[in-house]
Design a binder for this molecule. Structure first.
Ligand code: AMP
Length: 281
């Protein structure tokens, strides 16, 4: 497994790699969720490249950039076991050299709501770094988790709008046995918070059960999520949304598919999760 630290090394690796390359962008501190993306990429491509880069421009001033967990040695050992061909681990200076002045701004409703409203500038930073990484990796396919459903929607829009020659492949959310969506940020949780954390997914499952029983009123679905989450008083709910999975516009009635997403604070940790009702795109 090659560890690539510079753009020059990464481009040279791509030129020498097999016919098809699968790319998995991450911020490191890897867990089974990331590794499932890697396994899917391996199954569908000749070679896999993973990036590990904690991108400062997608964190706001009050976000957790400086305390975001990092463990380079452990991450590399996990990726080696998975048969990854190359890991791209650039420095911040390599990605944003002096004079860097370009941003990718996916405008409109896709980025102004939900995570975009809670974290101003987040999607601009994310879309810019993903565009850069896709350009550097030169992959045929790039793998993204449904755990970050809005990120996936923004990346799909950007790849389509910029005619990027890469297929964006969505991958299912990997969960702990008690339902909590795996996340590098789960490491922030105290043991008491960790015990309460599965209420988020339990709330989403309530909405799913109601939908399967025929309920189509977003207000009822939202209330079911809220009621289950607040059973755990440690949770401070930020939003519950029932939206169109592609445009993220809030629905006044569920006719086709709907994305139910939720964000909540548990102590100092902000958790997000989602489920799709109906057919997924
Ligand atoms: P991150 O390192 O958190 O930026 O995530 C890197 C990629 O892994 C993103 O495409 C995430 O959506 C995906 N991912 C993170 N957690 C999970 C999970 N529990 N299941 C599936 N994919 C995930």
């Amino acid at each position: 497994m090659r560890v690539l630290r510079t753009l020059v090394e990464a481009r040279a690796w791509r030129r020498a790699a097999g016919a098809t390359v699968g790319f998995v962008p991450t911020m490191g501190y890897l867990h089974e969720g990331h590794l499932e993306l890697v396994r899917r990429a391996r199954a569908e491509n000749d070679a896999v490249i993973v990036s590990i880069f904690v991108n400062p421009t997608q964190f706001g001033p009050k976000d957790d950039f400086s305390r975001y967990p990092r463990d380079e040695a452990r991450d590399l050992a996990l990726l080696e076991v998975e048969g990854v061909a190359a890991v791209f681990m650039p420095t911040v200076e390599e990605m944003y050299p002096e004079g860097f002045a370009t941003a990718v701004d996916v405008s409109g409703g896709l980025t102004s709501v939900l995570e975009g409203a809670a974290r101003p500038g987040h999607f601009r930073g994310m879309a810019t770094v993903v565009a850069k990484l896709l350009s550097i990796a030169g992959a045929e396919r790039a793998y993204f988790g449904r755990k970050d459903a809005q990120q996936l929607a923004v990346v799909r829009r950007m790849a389509s709008d910029l005619n990027l020659a890469v297929e964006i492949v969505p991958c299912d959310t990997v969960r702990e046995p008690d339902g909590l969506a795996m996340s590098s940020r789960n490491t922030y949780l105290t043991s008491e918070e960790r015990r309460a954390a599965p209420a988020l997914y339990a709330g989403l499952r309530q909405a799913l059960a109601l939908f399967e029983g025929g309920e189509r009123d977003p207000a009822v679905l939202r209330e079911a999520v809220r009621a289950r989450v607040v059973v755990e008083p440690a949770f401070a709910l930020e939003y519950v949304s029932v939206a169109d999975p592609e445009t993220l516009a809030e629905l006044d009635w569920v006719k086709g598919a709907a994305l139910v997403s939720v964000a909540a604070r548990l102590g100092r940790t902000r958790l997000i999760d989602n489920v799709t009702l109906g057919e997924r795109g």
